[in-house]
Ligand binder design. Structure first.
Ligand SMILES: *Cc1c(COP(=O)(O)O)cnc(C)c1O
Length: 463
């Protein structure tokens, strides 16, 4: 299987190369040249498989023999053994034909563990085979950093450096990163904001001469194809639990970078009968504006109570646009250049296709807080703010109640106490018991000035 760039000018790569490369040299994102297809009979035969065995079936055609089956199985098994629920992605029913899929039973209590537990093990396997070591460098405003650290902490061939803005992430989020004491894990608290952190990382990727000759940087952000691929699995898992593939299922997905819901779109392309895919946004609503008004323009960032969806540019949307434009890399180059200049819109045929595939909805903070409060009143179920956005979108956008609607629950409510308290919950929601001692754990991190040279020296010195 070859992987090609959405902008048409970078070389096609193998699976292994695409995973290790991240962003394409032409600025595009890698996608498989062909999407693997499953028949209804094949999918039906997977009913009742445990999560890891299903993951193997869904992931295998993307890897296309580049990793031995036994090794791939082992990578997958180890990735989902760290989850604290034996169903890995359990479904909870809220009302008739409305379900929540809990994706927060991994080590950092957010759905990013599904992709990053797998990606860490996958990287380590590929690097071991090549006799190579890499440096993972990333910036985080919260969830991604801790999931990346948990994913990489046991990897012999990876040193990981995560920058977070000093005093600007929540205590839970900071401690989830800084209480990991493995020697290959380095947390840098930068005297600056999230953009400063991101700029450090970007500049370091652009010029890697600060690293020793035998090292290069690797990216674990959501443009990495392996992350999308791992997320496709739980769409199959939910549908099979609810009568699929003999019956169609719908999904509502709290969306930021468009990675999670793009995995749902891929599941549909692979042959899983999906009726509706609902894009749920908070006040940062570029995707909703795009689908509802063909307004693909940048707007200033709004800081919301669902911070993991506070995104101005949904990078994975480019992968969808590539398909909507019949995989015309030149057209995507032009469209993304217009967007980066502030304002773009889709061709009519592309827009019509997008509207056939997706519904969209915007839920602001006031509304989201009401949804948490009402759900807790009605069913004693406590939603996190991202999930609440998705539940509201599901109710607003579903066409009837005959088709099961699954809302992806992307985080545990204890990670976002501010929103939960605003909804009238009388205390900070308790952490699950395996994390109850988080505030007693020893922390290790280094505060650094907002200066590129200082950061790069720190990285080079700690390899
Ligand atoms: C990252 C994240 C999202 C957004 O997911 P995308 O793949 O970026 O669309 C939603 N909720 C939570 C809790 C997250 O951490």
């Amino acid at each position: 299987m070859h992987y090609i760039s959405t902008r048409g000018q970078a070389p096609a790569l193998s699976f292994e190369e695409a995973v290790l490369t991240g962003l394409a040299t032409d600025g595009g994102l890698y996608v498989p040249e062909n999407i693997p297809q499953f028949s209804r009979e094949q999918i039906a035969a997977w009913a009742g498989l445990p999560y890891n065995e299903l993951a193997f079936e869904v992931i295998k055609p993307f890897v296309d023999g580049e990793i031995e089956d036994a090794d791939l199985k082992d990578i997958i098994d180890r990735s989902y053994q760290t989850f604290r629920h034996s169903a890995v992605a359990p479904l909870v029913q809220l009302e008739n034909n409305l379900w929540v899929m809990e994706l927060f039973h991994g080590p950092t209590l957010a759905f990013k563990d599904f992709a990053l537990q797998f990606l860490g093990n996958l990287f380590d396997h590929l690097l071991e085979k090549r006799g190579q070591k890499v440096v993972v460098m990333g910036a985080t405003s919260g969830d991604t950093g801790s999931a990346a650290i948990e994913g990489c902490k046991r990897c012999k061939n990876i040193d990981i450096f995560i920058l977070h803005p000093h005093n600007r992430v929540s205590d839970v989020q900071r401690r989830q990163m800084t209480s990991i004491l493995e020697p290959n894990v380095h947390n840098i608290a930068l005297e600056g904001n999230f953009d400063d952190c991101q700029n450090m990382v970007k500049a370091s990727f652009a010029d890697q001469s600060f690293l020793p000759e035998d090292r290069q940087l690797a990216a674990v952000n959501s443009i990495n194809w392996a992350r999308i691929m791992a997320q496709v699995v739980y769409y199959f898992h939910a549908a099979l639990s609810l009568g699929g593939p003999h019956r169609a299922v719908s999904f509502s997905v709290p969306t930021g970078n468009f990675g999670d819901i793009f995995a749902g779109y891929i599941a549909k392309q692979m042959g899983l009968p999906i009726e509706q895919l609902v894009i749920a946004t908070n006040a940062n609503d570029v995707l909703h504006r795009c689908i509802s008004n063909n307004d693909f323009s940048k707007q200033p960032l709004v800081h919301s109570l669902s911070p993991s969806m506070d995104i101005m540019i949904s990078s994975n949307f480019e992968r969808l646009l590539f398909d909507l434009y019949n995989r015309d890399g030149e057209a995507i180059r032009q469209l993304m250049s217009d967007f980066n200049n502030g304002q773009a819109s889709m061709e009519e045929t592309a827009l019509a296709k997008a509207r056939e595939l997706f519904s969209s909805y915007r839920c602001d903070d006031d509304r989201m807080v009401e949804v948490i409060a009402r759900e807790y009143d009605n069913s004693d179920y406590l939603l996190d703010p991202h999930t609440a956005t998705g539940v509201d979108a599901a109710r607003a956008c579903r066409r009837g109640t005959d088709v099961p609607m699954v809302c992806l629950s992307t985080a545990h409510p204890a990670k976002f106490p501010e929103a939960v308290r605003k909804a009238g919950y009388p205390q900070d929601p308790p952490l699950p018991h395996h994390m109850a001692d988080l505030f007693e754990r020893k922390e290790r991190y280094t505060v650094k000035d907002n200066d590129l040279k200082t950061i790069q020296e720190f990285v080079a010195r700690n390899l």
